[in-house]
Design a protein around this ligand. Sequence first.
Ligand code: AMP
Length: 246
Amino acid sequence: MSNKGVDQTLVLIKPDALKNSLTGYLLSQFSEFHTGLRFAGTKVVHVSRMLAEEHYTEHRGKTFYPALIEYIMGLAHFPGEPHRQRVIAIVYQGPDAVEKVRETSGPTNPHVAREKKPGCIRSLGTVVPLTNEEGEVIGQRMDNLIHASATPQEAEREIKLWFKPNDIPPCLRIYAPQQSQEPFYYNNGGLSTTYEPGSTCLFAPGDTAWESDLHALHLIQLGLPAPCTLQTVVAKYLVNEAGEGS
Ligand code: AMP
């Protein structure tokens, strides 16, 4: 593919940024004029719990994890307003994309960002104390406006999680797609190649998927060790599917 050697990174404009009408400002900060990066893909996503948990899998079990999941799902900023619970997912492409976006974003913690890099994007964020039932502070939720991939490896995992191949024009893709030769259905946490009532179709024959996902599904179907779980694959192909909202 002619895009070999080009970097991509994932940016998520989080619910707190949308609530504060910062989208235009953020897009301007990441514009080609300022960063040299270009859009490769963009979409509005109503984040399901499955997608949130896959995205933040490395934080599973930490004190702030439940609050983090509520935050990215929009439940913290828009309780009871599902139509406002969304993030804007963007793939940026260009030389050193991961590094450039992280530089523009600043440190993860908004307090640290204000201290170390006043004026960076996350310096505009806030930190919310998390309390237990007794009212004692047990941690914090960092409302830092955007997510930015940490490394090129994480960028690949995250871009493949939030975007299907056909969300990105072929001339801008840097990860290999593949056409599925067979149907795959998801039902009650299991995988099947035959339809049963209640199943959700992940792929029909001829549908385009990430090559690495089809490889994983074939191993899972055979009961062999796979590089990721079924949920990891399912979470992305059900992005914005009706019924997957929570
Ligand atoms: P990271 O995987 O480091 O990009 O972190 C993902 C998100 O988890 C951050 O944007 C924060 O919102 C949150 N987070 C990370 N570390 C902490 C922490 N120590 N306390 C609270 N929230 C955190």
